[in-house]
Design a protein around this ligand. Sequence first.
Ligand SMILES: Cc1ncc(COP(=O)(O)O)c(C=O)c1O
Length: 449
Amino acid sequence: MRELLQDAARRAASYLEGLPARSVEPSLDSLAALQKLRVPLPEHSLSPEKVLALLDEIGSPATVATAGPRYFGFVTGGSLPASVAANWLSGAWDQNGAFVVGSPIAAALEEVSLSWIRELLALSPGWGGGFVTGTTMGNFSGLAAARHQVLSRAGWNVEGQGLFGAPEIRVVVGAEVHASLLKALGLLGLGRERVVTIPVDRKGRMRADALEPRFLEGPTIVCLQAGNVNTGAFDPIREIAPRAREAGAWVHVDGAFGLWAAVSPRTRHFTEGIDEVDSIATDLHKWLNVPYDSGLALYRDPAVARAALAVTAAYLPQTDERTPSDFTPEASRRARGIDIWAALLSLGREGVADLIDRCCRYARQFASGLEAAGFTILNEVELNQVLVSFGDDERTRAVIQAVQRDGTCWCGGSFWQGRAAMRISVSSWATTEEDVERSLAAIIRVARS
Ligand SMILES: Cc1ncc(COP(=O)(O)O)c(C=O)c1O
């Protein structure tokens, strides 16, 4: 066992050390080699050493270098060294994060992480949370709590009776709502399409003036966004949340990555009013840079979330302690809090703020470099997201493909206010100023050729 694990550590270290020099996209040859893994289910056993060697030899080259310093696709954080290491050790522990009795260490570190995150985000001490796979399930969990509360106020027990014959719930979203939030609404029986959609401004922010009082009447859930996936813009939480809550609505915020702006004094103002909402979903695998899968649902009143999500059974432990699974849709799960605890302990408050600031600074560096080269930046670069056009849509799409093939860096595509755009999302601890310069040079070279 020791030899095997040491071999795994050696191989992983070589992989990570090689990332800055390799192409971000895997080569066509390495993708073709994946075919060698498509073999019939083996009848007989293979030594763990051989299994690991096969995984490394064929698997490592076929990865996209998302853990490296020049991956700017989607919103992808790398993994901080302390959290990768903690993830390995806790993987060896093989702890089930569902119950205190199954993993006291997992439960304790969830509580510690939660209290640190509360502090970092300047949330009141009563906030609680559940550690989920990502923001999709964070949205699902927050909205499950919302559904419970608005219907319970209307005298309806939705967990017991379902939505058959229930009072109608109005769900309000901005026109720039993320697809994952709509998916969560669909899963909860609230409908992806049965929403009131509020128009947005040119940055993609919900227009507070368009949220008419009639949209807040009766059982209502208002869904806001902290960090637009294209522009990085924030809905005006401070303007909307108190008004909506006063009218009796539940306010949920999708803060997949943008919520972390609250940690830095330079960007904190974007999240003003966040302590006045009812639930928040965020990712740790994005801007906090911990390994996948890692998201968090935060609840102003954890008792409401427990009422929506907890179950009891004769064989399950009854305890006065915080039971992790009371706040998540799933029961058995990975002990996610451990990677988060390690990331936060290794960075400290200053380190998290520096991570946020650096990514924002590099995004501005990208924008000014591309603008100086004659290309059009389509958004106001206030956070870590940059949208750039290289000409007409066809040209922009061709450049995106060529940038990806070039392999120096990786950026994805999107569509913003009627125009194709290349998206640059700077979200990794590993990115340096030199990486930005090197990527800029490659993008400009490719776009001019
Ligand atoms: C605003 C927003 N919400 C939700 C999500 C979905 O997050 P996840 O893939 O972690 O479920 C994303 C992903 O980029 C996002 O940017």
